[in-house]
Ligand binder design. Structure first.
Ligand code: GLA
Length: 389
């Protein structure tokens, strides 16, 4: 594909000058869902699929974008003087948002660029194609314009800022962080209140990570996401009247049970319960993985799913069906929804000798009961964003 990308770049933008190639991965979260904007822990890993970009600096103020995934949109032109989100800008709102965010952070980009992308993350799957595009853009800007002091961690923070402020999605830091900081064969145990993290080697001697794409994406995902955030903030404010905490992630399960009745609305109480318990589950899952206790890790994943379904209410019938089908198969250690919710994917840990049965049986029953064709990706954990050549 990289050869085709280069040919297309030259065809559209010409061959002169230095053209560089970059990559930023998508992510899958093993556990720790909807905890990243509640000051809790997350446990994602970078995938080997993601977004590739070819870029070259220009001398004028012009920005020229082309995506091989949206070839029908052709070259989308813009300029450094026109960094405002617009529906016509389509997918280029993401890279434009990052250029805008660089400026807000004091790194004004002096000249335009030609930029071609190709991504192999399935569209709408919830595996963070937009975060990978943001981190990719950040890396390109850092490299092309020689902004050496910015670290990969900074690129994650700026990427999140651009998504919040330019694209109006109030996401946490997890996706951009995983894309920027991923490490082959390791998950990232990240404390979102301090951004301190540790790499945890994912040693699965006789099991694989399987992502199952439900192929459904329900509408209102963004507004429901922003609502959940709001509900957690309301719960936190009420809790802060009786206990000194900065975030829901500061509470243990016992503390939550002791103080929960100060949260007036039962809905907000359920949301906060998920945030507190999920954070504690994530810490336990990290310890279980380190100790090689995969069965325990799987049990925590299943508990995470039930909490996301019943207390956080971000699952949907199709995803619940996928997890229930998975749980019935011997050799499945754990299975849960992954990512923001309302469709997208599940993540499962499956023993090697059960992989075939898993794909076959879950796929067939899902097709029979929903009419949808699930897709299965037996994935490897890859490195974070990088300059390729
Ligand atoms: C989306 C957001 C993340 C995180 C997850 C839920 O992927 O972008 O910041 O909140 O949902 O865990």
């Amino acid at each position: 594909m990289r050869k085709e990308m280069k040919e297309k770049f030259v065809e559209l933008f010409g061959a002169e000058g230095e053209i560089r190639t970059y990559f930023a991965p998508g992510r899958v979260n093993l556990i720790g869902e909807h905890t990243d904007y509640n000051g809790g822990h997350v446990f994602p890993c970078a995938l080997t699929i993601g977004t590739y970009g070819l870029a070259r600096k220009r001398k004028d103020q012009c920005l020229r974008f082309y995506s091989m995934n949206f070839a029908h949109l052709g070259v989308i032109e813009s300029s450094l003087a026109d960094l405002i989100p617009s529906p016509e800008a389509d997918w280029t709102n993401y890279p434009k948002g990052v250029i805008w965010a660089f400026d807000k952070y004091g790194y004004s980009i002096p000249s335009g660029m030609d930029f071609l992308v190709y991504g192999d993350i399935p569209n709408g799957s919830g595996l963070s194609s937009s975060a990978s595009l943001e981190v990719l853009t950040g890396l390109i800007l850092k490299d092309l314009y020689g902004i050496d002091e910015l670290t990969l961690k900074d690129l994650a923070i700026i990427g999140q800022y651009s998504e919040n402020q330019f694209n109006g999605m109030n996401c946490g830091i997890m996706d951009q962080f995983a894309s920027a900081m991923g490490k082959k064969d390791s998950a990232i145990f990240l404390d979102t209140s301090t951004l301190e993290f540790e790499y945890a080697p994912v040693k699965l001697p006789d099991a694989r990570i399987i992502i199952t794409n439900s192929k459904v994406k329900h509408s209102l995902v963004e507004s429901a996401y922003n609502d959940r955030r709001q509900e957690c903030e309301t719960a936190l404010k009420e809790l802060q009247e009786v206990v000194r905490v900065q975030t829901l992630g500061d509470l243990s399960e016992e503390e939550f049970e002791r103080y929960k009745d100060v949260i007036h609305s039962s809905v907000c109480q359920k949301r906060a319960k998920h945030a507190v318990y999920e954070n504690q589950r994530t810490i336990k899952a990290y310890q279980a993985l380190k100790a090689g206790e995969l069965e325990e890790f799987g049990r925590l994943m299943n508990a995470s799913h039930r909490s996301l379904k019943d207390d956080y209410e971000v699952s949907c019938p199709e995803i619940d069906l996928l997890t229930e089908l998975a749980w019935k198969i011997p050799g499945v250690l754990g299975s849960r929804i992954t990512g923001g919710g309302f469709g997208g994917c599940t993540v499962s840990i499956v023993k090697n000798d059960a992989v075939e049965a898993f794909i076959d049986q879950v796929g067939r029953a899902y097709r029979e009961q929903t009419g949808h064709e699930a897709e299965f990706y037996v994935v490897d954990i890859g490195d974070g964003a990088q300059l390729l050549d």
